[in-house]
Write a protein that binds this ligand. Structure first.
Ligand code: HEM
Length: 448
């Protein structure tokens, strides 16, 4: 079995190292030497399928992998956990994500996005650079407070929560990079992590208790949790509801805005793609505003977003723990071993994507190409595979098209620094620097 002594390169550039290891082993299961910790890296789409779906019972999330343990300290034991608690959460939450429910909300989402984008007019008029991450967070919070909270939390509260989450995902980095350090030993970031968790609870717990006093029969997140039941038919405990609420706010906001932040430097480096995107949005949406019935025709926009999630999958790191001995791709995996799956690595490997694997090329997702059997089904899995597959995939796919179409229907842009940012080591795939751009209003003769 190939092994890779990786500690120095992982500390320098964890993301690059995973891709390099994948290319070097050509998709074989590799043991990476991180000092005392020696996880297996799984990059072959067939093995991804095996671990996350066919053998999901052998490979749970596990309480003791560094990332899940950090995540668990933040979100507790709900939808991001495993076993009976997870199953009750998944049962309770899944109806909120049914395509029929999400599709029915598209125009409400488009309205929330348009209201948030209106606030950019002032910066565009004065050509003041905007902080793209911050503005996208604001836009995403507008969507989430409307679609999941039925207005029970304000956009300002959602933004305070996101700022605290920012602290949490970055404070996790030392634990992810040094999983061999015991938990009783304080590490940099631990105190910031705890304070940020408390700040989030201070906002969400009163909202949750208010919803329990007056549950309502709406189909928002809080009403659904208040109606949720365990396997035995009992109501969910307040702790589980709190955990699910915090998990949902975290996964619904962080991933979406982080993923979309990468788009602007990427477009700045691919003017041909940008111009095709502008043409499509102009042709389909015209003077706007963007509505649900525009979505089916925004095919190139969808291709661009699929390619963006191939190269910049917000959930870049998906660890599991072997609950029993196993053999994977001919390699023996001992019970208790950590197995790391990384959509980031698999989606950039030459073995599955050819010699131009790391080039941004939306044509890879032209209708018919993926379905035509050109690549393995799980060579692209930004939303995971199997029973834990992302609940928010359909929501994100619609929301992202709406956000991009609304922004580019109203503005052209220049980024202040055209280089592609380096990646920050964190629970999600964040740019290591702030992305800033200047918006230029699109002039149209017809009034809006
Ligand atoms: C770019 C956007 C997103 C990406 C790349 C993404 C990625 C992922 C991945 C890779 C997983 C699987 C984790 C695992 O197997 O352990 C996951 C799970 C999950 N995602 Fe997403 N996600 C995104 C957006 C969202 C949104 C917008 C929501 C909700 C509104 C959401 C809700 C969830 C939930 C609840 C789970 C846990 C499912 C379970 O364990 O049963 N995600 N996501």
């Amino acid at each position: 079995m190939p092994a890779w002594r990786a500690l120095p390169s992982v500390l320098r550039d964890a993301h690059r190292t995973f891709v390099d290891v994948g290319n070097w082993s050509n998709g074989d299961v590799v043991r990476i030497g991180l000092g005392v910790s020696r996880p297996y890296l799984v990059t072959n789409p067939a093995h991804v399928h095996e671990v996350l779906q066919q053998k999901a019972a052998i490979y749970p999330r596990g309480d003791d992998t560094a990332m899940w343990r950090s995540v668990r300290k933040f979100v507790g034991d709900g939808i991001l956990a495993e076993g009976a608690t997870w199953a009750a959460s998944r049962r309770t939450l899944a109806p909120l994500f049914r395509p029929t429910r999400i599709n029915a909300m598209v125009d409400a989402m488009a309205d929330a996005i348009a209201v948030a984008v209106d606030e950019l007019d002032a910066s565009a008029a004065t050509a003041i650079p905007i902080d793209v991450g911050r503005e996208l967070s604001r836009i995403v919070c507008g969507v989430i407070t409307r679609t999941f909270f039925a207005g029970r939390i304000t956009v300002e509260q959602a933004l305070t929560i996101m700022a605290a989450q920012e602290t949490i995902v970055t404070a996790m980095a030392p634990r992810i990079l040094a999983p061999f350090v015991p938990w009783w030993l304080p590490m940099p970031g631990d105190r910031r992590f705890r304070d940020a968790v408390r700040a989030i609870d201070d906002i969400l717990l009163p909202v949750l208790r208010g919803a329990l006093r007056e549950p309502g029969d709406g189909d928002d997140l809080l009403s659904a949790l208040a109606r949720g039941r365990t396997e035995d038919g009992d109501p969910l405990s307040e702790k589980q509801m709190r955990d699910d609420l915090v998990s949902m706010v975290a996964v619904a906001t962080e991933t979406s805005y982080v993923a979309l932040t990468w788009l602007w430097p990427v477009l700045a480096n691919h003017p041909d793609v940008a111009s095709k995107l502008y043409d499509e949005i102009e042709r389909v949406v015209g003077a706007g505003p963007v509505r649900a019935d525009h979505l089916p025709a925004l095919t190139y926009t969808k291709m661009v977003l699929e390619e963006l999630l191939r190269l910049y999958p917000a959930g870049w790191f998906v660890p599991r723990r072997a609950a029993a001995d196993d053999v994977l791709g001919g390699v023996r995996i001992d019970k208790g071993a950590t197995v790391i799956l990384s959509p980031y690595a698999t989606q950039r490997m030459t073995a599955w994507w050819g010699p131009t694997a790391e080039l941004f090329d939306p044509e890879r997702f032209a209708p018919g190409r993926a379905a035509g059997g050109e690549r393995h089904r799980y060579a692209h899995y930004p939303f995971g595979v199997g029973m834990h597959r992302c609940l928010g995939e359909h929501l994100f796919n619609l929301e992202a098209v709406l956000i991009v179409a609304t922004l580019l229907n109203r503005f052209r842009f220049t980024v202040t620094d055209p280089s592609i940012p380096r990646i920050k080591v964190a629970g999600s795939l964040r740019p290591a620097r702030r992305v800033e751009m200047i918006l230029i209003p699109v002039e149209r003769s017809a009034t809006r």
